[in-house]
Design a protein around this ligand. Sequence first.
Ligand SMILES: Nc1ncnc2c1ncn2[C@@H]1O[C@H](COP(=O)(O)OP(=O)(O)OP(=O)(O)O)[C@@H](O)[C@H]1O
Ligand SMILES: [Mg+2]
Length: 153
Amino acid sequence: MSEQLVRCLPHERSTEMLGRRLSPLDGLIFLHGELGSGKTALVRGFLRALGYRGAVKSPTYTLVEPYELSGRRILHLDIYRLSDPEELEYLGVRDEQSGDNTLLVEWPDRAGGSLGEPGVEIFMEYDGAARRATVRALSEPAASFIKVLSGLK
Ligand SMILES: Nc1ncnc2c1ncn2[C@@H]1O[C@H](COP(=O)(O)OP(=O)(O)OP(=O)(O)O)[C@@H](O)[C@H]1O
Ligand SMILES: [Mg+2]
């Protein structure tokens, strides 16, 4: 059932544009990739598409940043500095994993599997000065969405 989309992203604005296009996706979304590979740039586009106008930075120290946009609750997590997966409990992340919330998680491996299975995984890679993104849909609704998106330029 998994569906995959690969995109070459020559500039930061291409990364943001991909994020915009992915904004209809909800649930648990994992963002993999090295430091500076463009995970936050993609999240910025995602949030902008939903009407957010402020600055978007990785919540490297606070670990989680909540947004209420277009009737949706979106949580942007950067858990690079998570010392223990247990910490997610204290941060209230578990409670946020219900209902229709969207969680965009940078460095999801730091959670040691405790966040559960994502519906979508995004892999950001360096490609010279540019980037390459692979979007993998693991849930049925995300797979149908990605299939449609693959048909678009
Ligand atoms: N497609 C692209 N081509 C070239 N540069 C890009 C592209 N997308 C993003 N960048 C640049 O790469 C950097 C990406 O930074 P960003 O904070 O998004 O990375 P990150 O993956 O979130 O890193 P971290 O793991 O440290 O949070 C920025 O300087 C941005 O301008
Ligand atoms: Mg980041």
